[in-house]
Ligand binder design. Sequence first.
Ligand SMILES: [Zn+2]
Length: 441
Amino acid sequence: MERARITVFDTTLRDGEQSPGCSMNVPEKLRMAHQLDRLGVDVIEAGFPIASDGDFQAVQAIAAAIRRPIICGLARACELDIRRAWDALKGAARPRIHVFLATSDIHLKYKLRISREQCLEQARENVRLAKSLCNDVEFSPEDATRTDREFLVQVVQAVVDAGATTVNIPDTVGYTMPAEFGEIIQMLRERVRGIENVVISVHCHNDLGLAVANTMAALAVGARQAECTINGIGERAGNASLEEIVMAMRVRPDRYAYDTAVASEQLYPSSQMLSEVTGVPVQPNKAIIGRNAFAHEAGIHQDGVLKNPLTYEIMTPQSVGVPDSRLVLGKHSGRHALSLRCEQLGYQFERRELDEVYRKFVVLADQIKNVEDHHLLQLIREVRHEAPRIPPAHVEIPGAIAAAAGKGYPIPAPMERHPLEMTLHSAHDHHGEQEDYLWGV
Ligand SMILES: [Zn+2]
C-alpha cells in the first residue's frame, strides 16, 4: 500500500513565538529557520509581517536565505496585511500567503462585529486578492471548531472556489475532542465541492492537552498537513508538538501509515536549539525530547534496558537525536546498573566487593536524588581503600558523602552519557538478579 505523505507545517517562528517568553529577534529566527530546514519540515511559517518591522524583516530574511521549504507569512483577511505579507515573501523560492478570518459566531459578534454574510464575502475577496499575488494560498477559518458547521461548510466552499490551495482547520482555543474533530474534517471532505483538489490542514492548540491527539485524529480521516511547533510552544498551552506527531507516525505505522520528510535525528538538536535561543526550558517529562524521556531509574527497568533496550523503549534515543539512553542512578537502581556504571568508570568488582559498594550506594541514594560519578568514585575508594585509577584532576570529591548526608546538597548537573553499545557488549554476571530487585525496586 502506498503511504500518504503528510506535509509538516512548522509554526514555531509565528504561533510559537507568540508564547510568553519565546519572542526571538531576527538573527535568532534565522538560526532556527536553518535548523528547521535541516530537520526537513515542508513549510516554515516565518512570521506575521504586518505585526512589526522585526517580523517583516525576519520573514524577508528567511525567505532570502532558506530556499528548500515553502516560506509562509500570516495575514488577516484585509488588503493591508496581505500586501505587507507579500512584500516580505516575494523573494522566496516558494512563497505562501496564509490568510485567516474568524468564523465562529462569538468571534464575529464580539471581535469582528460583522455578520456571517460579511464574513463570507471578506474571506472570498481576500483569498482572491492573495491569489492574484501568489499562487500558493492557505486560508484558515479561525475558531473553526466553535463555528456553526453549516456556516463552516459555506466558508470553506467560498475559499476553495476563490483559489485557496490549502484549507487549514484550526482548533484555535483547544476546545475540540479527537472524535469530534475527525467528524468535522470528514464532513468537509464530504460536503465541499472540489476539496479533493486542495490540501486539508489542521492546527490544534493544547488547552486540554489534546493537540496531538486531535491532529492524529484528523490525519486518520484525510487531513494531509499538520501545523505544529518544536517543543509544542505556542499561544497559551501551546500548539501540537512536532516531535510527538512525527514520532507517533514513525513508531506506529500500523495505525498511521503516513510518511513525512522529517529527519527524526534532528528532533532533539532542534528542541535544544529552541530552548537555548528562547531561554525557555523543556519540561523534564516532555515526550520524545524531555530530559527524562529516555531515562530509566527503576531497577527492574534499568536491568531490562541494559539487556535489550526494546524491553522499555518503543524508539531508540538515537532515532530522535538523543545521543544515548541515560540511566539515572538513584535509590531505585539495581545492582546491574550500578556495576555497569562502575565498569564505565574503570572498575570491575568481585561479587562481595560489589555488595559492599551497593550497600553504601543505597544509603547515599536515600539521601540525595541522583548519584553522580564523583559520588560513586568516592564510594569505590572507600570500599577499596585505594587511590583512584581515574586521575583526580577532573573529579571533585572532597567530602562528597559527608556533604551529601548534610543539607543543601547542590542540584546535580545533567547525567553524563554512556553509550548504550558499551552496555550491550559488556559481559555481565547475572546471578542473584532477584536480589537486585529486592534492593532496587
Ligand atoms: Zn494557533
